[in-house]
Design a protein around this ligand. Sequence first.
Ligand SMILES: NC(=O)c1ccc[n+]([C@@H]2O[C@H](COP(=O)([O-])OP(=O)(O)OC[C@H]3O[C@@H](n4cnc5c(N)ncnc54)[C@H](O)[C@@H]3O)[C@@H](O)[C@H]2O)c1
Length: 238
Amino acid sequence: MRIALIGYGKMGREIEKIALDRKHEIVSIIDISNPEDFDSQGFLSAEAAIEFSQPQSAFDNYQKCFERNVPVVAGTTGWLSRLDEVKKNCETCNKTFFYASNFSIGVNIFFAVNRYLAKIMNNFPGYEVSMEEIHHIHKLDSPSGTGITLAEGILENIDRKTQWKEATEGLPTDLLIHSKREGEVPGIHEIFYESEADTISIKHDAKSRKGFALGAVLAAEFVKGKKGFFTMKDMLDF
Ligand SMILES: NC(=O)c1ccc[n+]([C@@H]2O[C@H](COP(=O)([O-])OP(=O)(O)OC[C@H]3O[C@@H](n4cnc5c(N)ncnc54)[C@H](O)[C@@H]3O)[C@@H](O)[C@H]2O)c1
């Protein structure tokens, strides 16, 4: 299929490789210096645009895609305060939008395990839950989008926790998230349940960006010919 890339950084380049391997055509590459290419023939011919740019630019880029009727696969994190606006624009104007805080299939399996474990732990108040997320030093948002999705999965299932907080201390009702930024780490997320007797932890450790990039290309293939707002739950049938 014909794919446009918006944001040609670490993720954009990885997605390009995987899209070409899967025999897709890259019809346009837009980064910060060539926004005029939103009106290029290549971009207008795209069957999906895959957007991995920066938190401050993501929303405007989505609007530009909607205005040009190009379906969006959105990977940028750190813009979620505007999610409802995007959903509304997508649904009322009959556009196509696929968002995942994390496109990796492995991470999405981890999300499901996280929700299941939290459901069990709701009945065991002796276990204190917390999260650690580690990413490379270039990451702009904190906690990570993946960390927020994991936190939401815990808050939905554990009644004794009412909100997440990025801190080392808080109220008993706070789910504490420790965010660390180290070297070139692609992404590590670990959830701890600690009691006086033991610790149970579940961990996802991304070996590279390949898993995210493959998931984004699979999402572009999934939205082809579809209208509406989609997430990984629509694409993966757990
Ligand atoms: N959803 C996921 O699975 C997933 C996985 C990895 C990274 N991410 C997120 O994707 C985003 C990009 O990550 P990255 O590692 O590729 O970052 P990066 O810094 O390597 O690349 C970002 C690129 O966006 C470009 N850019 C800046 N402003 C732009 C604009 N207005 N229009 C178009 N391009 C613009 C930059 O010049 C740069 O080339 C981040 O928000 C990151 O958190 C999401």
